[in-house]
Design a protein around this ligand. Structure first.
Ligand code: HOZ
Length: 425
């Protein structure tokens, strides 16, 4: 497979962009080699600048649930853009969008639109602090909630990929208010909470972690979080940037039948455009300005192009709930197929999967948290990544990221992917 144009473009990009990219994971730094430069995508496939085609298991890190360049979304964006791209003033569409989200998601009275998942999580933490009058919050090791200062502590995603343990620029004073606990360990969490009486405002978690690979909550873990938060008056925040509108119409809250106090969303609610949101019960959300004094703002918040793209996608998901079981079936077939081939080759591995999120880890042990994810055979993953890439299968360029399946991926693409794994050596 020829990648010469990508190589030239990467060379040129490095003169102008730090590391040649605008977000670290896509630089291929841990898997090695040159990142491929994408020209376009349609349905299940990405096309690079050299004319190569790849089955896409990143799907823009989640939002392309119905595949790339989904016709109704593209059309809605084009039509709306003709009426201008930003106003910095209210539009009817923002209320339509909020009504649609509320009709799908449990436990939400009010929603604030923002422009990214980072903003959503950062603002939700601020709101929880303003609401409770407490300063500290708990995050789980290996979870990633965007790049706000206080959230970059023991974070997954690019920080794990690049092995960045502490981030220069995040002051000790800020990091001090971030407490961390291992994912899937209720005992450790309880000990941490008890050690900080009346100090903890919030607990934020990816209900299915997607930034240290895909890590499933053990039975009872999320229920335990809810109980501890109720007992200690802690605001429970579900970061549903990945799971929202992907596991189910109502996200992880619906899938696990657990109510969080606040929910954050990201790119999915913009159909791939830059959007985020945080939402919850009125009792908490009414503290946001202009209703309350917890300040948060943005000119591009509720941007009309992002709103119409997200609205069109979410409406489709609401009206066709069979989409979620279809996604699940496809991903199950993929996960089982890959696992069977690797087992037949005697390669120790674990495939974690829930709904249409999955990840592959090399090693003998189960992968249930950040520590066990870190113990996996990364050089083997890197080899696997490149061998699949060269056969036209585009996986996340890091074992610390989840794979995302779209409805555009059919049995044909699943079979082609499993075939590529058969050739792995
Ligand atoms: N942090 C993103 C995945 N969890 C990667 C974003 C990107 O590099 O585009």
């Amino acid at each position: 497979m020829d990648h010469s144009k990508s190589k030239n473009l990467f060379e040129r990009a490095q003169h102008h962009l730090p590391g040649g990219v605008n977000s670290p994971v896509r630089a291929f730094k841990s898997v090695g080699g040159t990142p491929i430069f994408i020209k376009k995508a349609k349905g299940a496939y990405l096309y690079d600048e050299d004319g190569n085609r790849y089955i896409d298991y990143i799907n823009s890190w989640g939002p392309m649930i119905l595949g790339h360049a989904y016709e109704p979304v593209v059309q809605a964006i084009c039509e709306r853009a003709a009426d201008s791209t930003s106003f910095g003033a209210p539009t009817e569409l923002e209320t339509d969008m909020a009504e649609l989200i509320k009709s799908m998601v449990p436990n939400v009275d009010l929603i604030r639109m923002v422009s990214s998942g980072t903003e959503a999580c950062m603002s939700a933490i601020r709101l929880a602090r303003g609401y409770t009058g407490k300063n500290k919050f708990i995050k789980f090791e290996g979870c990633y909630h965007g790049h706000a200062d206080s959230l970059l502590v023991k974070a997954g995603s690019g920080l794990a990929t690049l092995n960045i343990q502490s981030v220069p620029g995040v002051s000790a004073a800020v990091a001090e208010d971030t407490l961390t606990s291992p994912f899937n360990d209720l005992q450790a969490l309880q000990t941490l909470i008890v050690a900080h009486p009346n100090e903890i405002a919030a607990m934020i978690i990816e209900p299915v972690a997607g930034n240290m690979g895909c890590i499933l909550p053990k039975p009872g873990f999320l229920e335990g979080l809810r109980t501890l938060c109720d007992q200690h008056k802690i605001v429970l925040i579900f970061d549903e940037v990945m799971t929202g509108f992907r596991l189910a119409g109502g996200g992880a809250q619906q899938y696990f039948n657990i109510k969080s106090d606040l929910v954050t969303y990201g790119k999915i609610i913009g159909g791939g455009l830059p959007v985020g949101a945080f939402s919850g019960r009125k009792e908490i959300m009414q503290h946001i300005a202009p209703l309350g004094n917890v300040y948060q703002a943005g000119t591009l918040s509720g941007n009309p192009i992002a709103m119409i793209a997200g609205y069109t996608l979410l409406k489709e998901l609401k009206e066709n709930s069979g989409i979620f079981s279809k996604l699940e079936q496809t991903t199950k077939k993929l996960a089982e197929g890959i696992s069977a081939v690797l087992s037949s080759k005697g390669i120790d591995h674990t495939v974690n999967r829930l709904g249409s999120m999955m990840s592959l880890h090399f090693g003998k042990h189960e992968v249930v948290d950040f520590e066990t994810a870190r113990q996996c055979d990364m050089p083997l993953f890197n080899l696997f990544f490149h061998q699949l890439l060269h056969q036209g299968v585009y996986l996340p360029p890091s074992a610390y990221e989840s794979w995302f399946v779209s409805t555009a991926i059919t049995d044909e693409e699943v079979e082609a992917t499993i075939n590529a794994v058969r050739n792995f050596n």
